[in-house]
Unconditional design. Sequence first.
Length: 377
Amino acid sequence: MLQTRLFKTAFLAGLALTALLPLRAGAQASEWLQRARAVRGLVPQDMTLVTLQENGQTMTLFQGALQMIQAFEQAPTRSQDRQTQGAGVREILGNPILLYRSLEDADLSRVDMSDVDAMMTAVFRVLAKTDVPAGFVNSPMKIRVDNAIRKMNLGTFSKLAENVGERREALEFLAELEKEAEASISRNRGLVHPELNAGDRQALSAFLGGFLWRFRGAGGYDGLGTNARRDLFVQKGFAAIARLNGAGSSASAIAMAIRAGVQNTSWGQYHDMGRLPGADRFADFVQMEKLGRDMMGWTKQTLKLSGYGDKAVYATMAGATMASCYAYAWEKIPVSYQVGANLGAPYLFIFGAPTNFGEYCTGASIGLALHEIIAAK
């Protein structure tokens, strides 16, 4: 079996406790297996540009980013938004991000967020403690990330599978993932987490990119200033995404370019999409599209200089979709919608307004673009 990489003594102590918790009754035991298997049969279309009309406004989004924001469209109910309660063995098998729930809180000023594992842990730790809607937990992108987590921790999940009613089916599925992982290792020598295939890296890039960009604005972690957020979640966090996709020595320069674009962007304009006095939503849309394209122009040039050729254009395409991300969020997300209201220090609510979901969608687009540019080299 592939060995667990991410979890040391702190996790194993937590695992000993969670194994004693009762398994949740109700839903069929094999539902998580059905979902996990189903996404493996999909051919991801994440980079397909989808054009849609909402309230007279034409929007264009990467399909992967659109699906991520759609996962939150149904506001949580009391029965849905307690996915993290009672994280027993079956809950962790079915929702692997809960694996990170037992990890101790971390001071991010002491964490190297440019390290892939450290960055993933910082994001997943918050999500593991957050009450989230069932639509998000069961969304295709999230389940693809679940399978990537299982591959990175096959030893741990195999031990968990020994303690559930669907033991045989769970172990068979994990054996299938192990075969996939071993095939990937033979092709991915030199990459971070060689057991991950291209689809795993694409899903992680979108998923992690979305939350990093949201944390850049606010949310997730409490007590951080603007520049600290840009350093941790943009410059270092997106360097980790670049490394995940094989950027190597160019990862830092790519992430610094993204940070430079953020630093030189006038934030707070156009994000209301005509909801506040001033320009109407159509004018705001045009201006934000330009703002996003200009913001990622630094990154496009850096990618070209780093040898990534014409595919570097995906960087500015991702930036331009920022307008559609915000416009779509304003049309589809309730103004009072909150995710993470249950969190306390050192954490902070994740979403609390449509603009927050616009950030999340934008970061997912940038993550997808980095994967498409770097992994294809």
